[in-house]
Design a protein around this ligand. Structure first.
Ligand code: HEC
Ligand code: HEC
Length: 471
């Protein structure tokens, strides 16, 4: 108050020695000297603010008049703008308020006007963070559908091409909206009973959608019975059955299994449907994918399967050797990688079981891990193998994660194959005993280097496969 009075006194004093048209006094106009108006100034700038999508926010950008001062004591009026206007926040007098709908950085400008031509402005940002438990999706969907992806020719033409072995059922093709929903479900920890794990906990993008642990940790800390499987190119397993032992008849059936597994996620399907139905952001995602917001376990299964099938690896160094479907390995691979490829596709016979340009399993096979069957798998110690795409990044190896390094895998196929009645014929020597490759040290290194060309960094860093939930 004393400050106001002082300013008022100065003003009166100025008016007294000459007056001015803005004084409002009746001083005669012949007196030409006008006290210059002093514009308001920013006395205490607004600090940037933070808000969260879905959480009510309110902020007085004038801070009850503390932001600006006016040396002339003029009453200040305020103008506010916020840009871009899409935040869900609105402006009333000097207050920004509302419940933000969209994450991003919003610039607020408050302008103080002294009514006499003097103005001052202060800018600050409201940084709206995405909610920790809601996904952040692109405004325009990523491309997942076959129509939106230009698979290289070698994937779609020629003998034994992967597309010919595609296990996508006619009633569940990959759509952008379906795979987007699948992506959100895949990374949503709500799919476990105590919100502890998501599919992505055990199938990590950077590890080719497998897990570094030999056995993965479930929702209560329990360990899975087998090693997590990589998911790239799963759609090209022509038998269309899933799990190491093929116990799921389809991918649509498989994806509901971990949710109900008592070690992995611990849910029942009715619990799942209730929980997802009660999670607000899913409504529009189900509508986009299936036409209405109804949540069913069948729709959850279809969306998850679409997302998994969209995980196609076709952008590795190996793939870059192909031009219009024709490979020129010599021009693309190093001499060492080329030597490795000649073993993989030659006397190593690796391609007999990890075949086609998608490097997928041909069938269930017994690859001689044990002389006496420990885990029968699909019967007689036979297992499917995930595609060898990204293999260098996803130790440990095999259904029980027994090999910690690729070198151990190569040593197994070189001299370690165990005799047993069910051993695949291709792994036997002509006399019936387990085959011995007797690779030289250089050949082992070369085979390992070739396997490295199957790493698909474009896939492993593609945002369309990444976790959409902010951490
Ligand atoms: C706790 C770890 C864990 C969680 C959570 C988990 N998985 Fe798995 N996943 C595994 C393991 C381990 C296997 C292999 C199990 C087996 O074959 O017996 C596997 C196998 C698979 C396979 C089979 C791949 C093939 O080629 O046969 C698919 C597909 C898959 N998981 C998808 C999912 C989806 C989708 C979710 C979420 C709904 C999920 N997983 C959740 C650990 C996990
Ligand atoms: C008879 C078919 C067959 C042949 C030939 C074969 N494999 Fe395998 N491979 C399998 C099977 C089956 C598995 C999964 C076995 C298991 O985990 O029980 C497997 C698993 C693997 C794995 C581990 C995959 C993972 O996700 O953990 C690698 C790596 C591998 N093989 C590399 C090779 C290489 C290199 C060669 C050639 C030297 C080769 N394989 C030859 C059938 C074969």
């Amino acid at each position: 108050m004393s400050k106001y009075l002082l300013a008022g006194a100065i003003f009166l004093l100025l008016a007294g020695c000459g007056g001015g048209s803005d004084s409002g006094s009746s001083t005669p106009a012949t007196q030409a000297v006008t006290a210059p108006n002093r514009a308001p100034v920013v006395a205490s700038a607004n600090p940037d603010q933070t808000a969260t999508v879905g959480v009510a926010f309110q902020y007085d950008a004038s801070r009850a008049g503390a932001v600006f001062t006016d040396a002339d004591g003029n009453t200040l009026s305020y103008r506010l703008t916020i840009a871009p206007a899409t935040s869900g926040l609105s402006i009333s007098a000097t207050t920004v308020s509302g419940t933000p709908t969209t994450a991003g950085t919003y610039r607020v400008t408050i302008t103080a006007d002294d009514g006499r031509g003097g103005t001052a402005s202060d800018d600050f940002d409201i940084v709206v963070a995405p909610p920790p438990n809601q996904p952040v999706l692109p405004a325009t969907s990523f491309q997942y559908s076959d129509a939106g992806i230009a698979l290289p020719r070698q994937f779609t033409t020629g003998a034994g091409n992967p597309a010919a072995a595609d296990n996508t059922p006619a009633n569940n093709p990959v759509s952008n909206a379906g795979a987007t929903l699948g992506r959100v479900l895949f990374y949503d920890k709500r799919l476990s009973i105590n919100d502890a794990v998501s599919c992505g906990s055990c199938h990590q993008q950077a590890r080719g959608f497998s897990d570094a642990a030999r056995f993965s940790t479930g929702f209560q800390g329990g360990r899975t019975a087998r090693h997590s499987m990589a998911l790239a190119n799963a759609r090209y397993y022509f038998r269309g059955r899933f799990f190491w032992d093929e116990r799921a008849a389809t991918l649509e059936a498989q994806v509901l299994e971990p949710i109900q597994d008592t070690t992995e996620m611990g849910m029942t399907l009715p619990q799942l449907v209730t929980k997802i139905s009660g999670t607000g952001f899913y409504g529009p995602l189900f509508t986009a994918a299936f036409g209405d917001p109804q949540v069913t376990s069948d729709r959850i299964s279809r969306a998850l399967a679409q997302f998994v099938r969209s995980m196609v690896s076709y952008r590795s160094k190996y793939d870059s050797a192909f031009v219009n479907g024709v490979p020129n390995f010599a021009a693309t691979l190093t001499a060492q990688e080329e030597l490795g490829r000649s073993i993989y596709e030659g006397r190593g016979r690796c391609d007999a079981c990890h075949g086609s340009v998608a490097h997928i399993s041909d069938n269930i096979n017994n690859n001689g891990l044990d002389a006496v069957t420990v885990d029968a798998g699909a019967g007689n110690g036979r297992f499917k193998s995930p595609s060898l795409r990204n293999i260098a990044l996803r130790p440990p190896f095999m259904h029980d994660g027994r090999f910690a390094t690729l070198r151990e895998v190569i040593d197994h196929y070189d001299t370690g194959v165990q005799n047993n009645p069910n051993l695949a014929p291709v792994l036997r020597a002509p006399d019936g005993t387990p085959r011995r490759l007797n690779l030289t040290e250089a050949e082992k290194l070369a085979l390992s280097a070739f396997l490295g060309t199957l790493t698909d960094n474009a896939m492993l860093t593609d945002p369309k496969f990444a976790d959409p939930f902010p951490r």
